[in-house]
Design a protein around this ligand. Structure first.
Ligand code: ATP
Length: 496
């Protein structure tokens, strides 16, 4: 059975993974807080990315740049002038839409247009449009056959047609405004005086921090091309319609790599290599391969400086959507920053004695979208001894709690003492919990639901021979193990 968003939302709420931000004040659209388990899961995703992109490679170094940068950065990068989405308002309901997420169609009955339908982009938008068309047809008492609807994007509607398209909120034609560009950057003021000169922006992507530090890094680590700079950090976009939980929010986290290459290098094969490598990474952390796909951007839809872009997409419950983009960006960003700052951002190639601005391949992924894909992949329901259980089949490296230590009974001091000792020993390596309340089966179930891969039970035999039972979450099988063996056993599973 496919996992639904309701399953995920309810689990996140029930077990404290994710909360709406500022909930006691009614929340704030597009912002979320990660609770005790969510922040562990998120940290483990960041750590897995950093481990594979920085530590396990010898050609990538890290950076942690500031969120607010010189406003000139965003002028040069093109964000001040061009980082916008087309926005449409409904004058009647005051609802706001992204024009490229609105789809409309003329309603044709026997080749006559009897009106229009307009729906929000969604996996069920065809059905919603058909129902709206049927409603209008019977309201107008029109006889004849309804022709199939051809939904097209609102951005392609002429001004005359725009006036005939109904608002998805009210169904009234003519209340939607023409699309206008809405810049997605959050502006703020730096210093005591709030005027145009003090305007600064919260970064809408982490990548520019890497470009403006290119020279600093080059001068201090003396790397030869090709090499990469990796960064993980918060990014902010004033999305017109934040939706689908943490998939599209206004504050999120990105993990970005800029991989600098020689302009004469075979960029196509390097780009392909990065696409393959990144796809493998998503699979390696437990995202289900059958839900992952690649989407190659059509050449004519690329930004003028971009040579190629491939998205890794995931089949979320609300549709197949981008989780990561891998772009070949040429030398656009470094060139723009060199021109605007007047500082050379050239690389000197010792071998060929040439100076040039490197080109770049950019794999860019959102932590929150990975986390949602991980939860959707891991969520499962099965039956154990005739009882239904919810289980998160997380890769051990991502599990928020790596093991639960459970004394069989809580009123036997020697058992409790031994269990506490084991817990203490394991917490030197991982986040491990201790649970002494309730029947053992219920304690196992609580841990299964949050994806804890191992449950270690201390029983009466443990006191006699120093062994415990180790239960595996997925198979529910138990094996007796010497206490001294646990760390090595868990290390193998977590690092695999
Ligand atoms: P989309 O088309 O979905 O808006 P994008 O192409 O604008 O995404 P990029 O600018 O390429 O996204 O950003 C790189 C990555 O950052 C995305 O693949 C995604 O994982 C993440 N990301 C972008 N915008 C958001 C957002 N509003 N909320 C959560 N993650 C985001």
């Amino acid at each position: 059975m496919a996992t639904s968003m309701d399953d995920i939302l309810s689990l996140c709420r029930r077990r404290g993974f994710i909360f709406p931000s500022s909930e006691i004040y009614g929340g704030i659209a597009g912002f979320y807080d990660y609770g005790p388990l969510g922040c562990e899961l998120k940290k483990n995703i960041r750590d897995a990315w950093w481990r594979d992109m920085v530590y396990r490679r010898d050609d990538v170094v890290g950076l942690d740049g500031s969120i607010i940068m010189h406003p000139g950065v965003w002028m040069a990068s093109g964000h001040v002038d061009g980082f916008s989405d087309p926005m449409v308002d409904c004058r009647e309901s005051k609802m706001r839409y992204r024009a490229d997420q609105l789809f409309y169609a003329p309603i044709l009955v026997d080749d006559q247009v009897i009106g229009y339908v307009c729906v929000l982009e969604d996996t069920s938008m065809e059905t919603a449009a058909l129902e709206a068309a049927q409603r209008l047809k019977s309201k107008l008492s029109v006889r004849g056959e309804l022709q199939p609807l051809q939904l097209v994007c609102y951005t392609s509607a002429s001004e005359t047609v725009q006036k005939l398209i109904p608002s998805p909120a009210t169904g009234t034609p003519g209340t939607l405004t023409p699309p206008r560009a809405f810049n997605l950057m959050f502006a703020t003021h730096v210093g005591a005086i709030s005027d145009d000169a003090s305007t600064a922006y919260l970064r809408p992507e982490t990548a520019q921090g890497i470009f403006v530090n290119f020279k600093n890094i080059l001068d201090t680590i003396h790397r030869k091309l090709p090499f990469g700079v990796a960064q993980i950090g918060r990014a902010f976009r004033n999305e017109i319609t934040p939706r689908n939980f943490i998939f599209r929010s206004r504050e999120f986290e990105q993990m970005e790599l800029e991989y600098f290459i020689n302009p004469d290098a075979d960029w196509e094969s390097l780009h392909r290599k990065w696409v393959d490598e990144r796809l493998r990474w998503h699979q390696s952390i437990g995202i289900r391969p059958e839900l992952l796909s690649l989407q190659v951007h059509a050449k004519e839809k690329l930004a003028h400086y971009s040579k190629a872009c491939t998205d890794i997409t995931f089949r979320y419950p609300f549709g197949q959507q981008e989780i990561e983009g891998i772009a070949a960006r040429g030398n656009f960003d470094l060139t723009r920053h060199q021109e605007a700052s007047g500082k050379s951002l050239e690389y000197f190639d010792e071998e060929t004695r040439q100076k040039y601005i490197p080109h770049v391949i950019e794999p860019s992924v959102g932590v929150d979208r990975v986390l949602l894909a991980v939860l959707c992949s891991a969520y499962d329901q099965d039956e154990i001894s005739g009882e239904e259980r919810t289980v998160l089949r997380l890769h051990p490296c991502l599990a928020p709690v790596k093991a639960a230590v459970l004394p069989l009974v809580k009123n036997k001091p020697e058992l409790v003492h031994m269990a506490q000792d084991i817990r203490k020993k394991l917490t030197r390596h991982w986040n491990v919990s201790y649970d002494a309340t309730g029947a053992i089966g219920r304690r196992y179930r609580r841990m299964d639901e949050i994806g804890t891969p191992f449950a270690i039970t201390v029983d009466f035999e443990s006191l006699e021979n120093g062994t415990v039972t180790l239960r595996e979450r997925d198979s529910t099988e138990q094996q007796r193990m010497d206490v001294e063996e646990i760390v090595a056993y868990m290390t193998t599973a977590i690092n695999s």
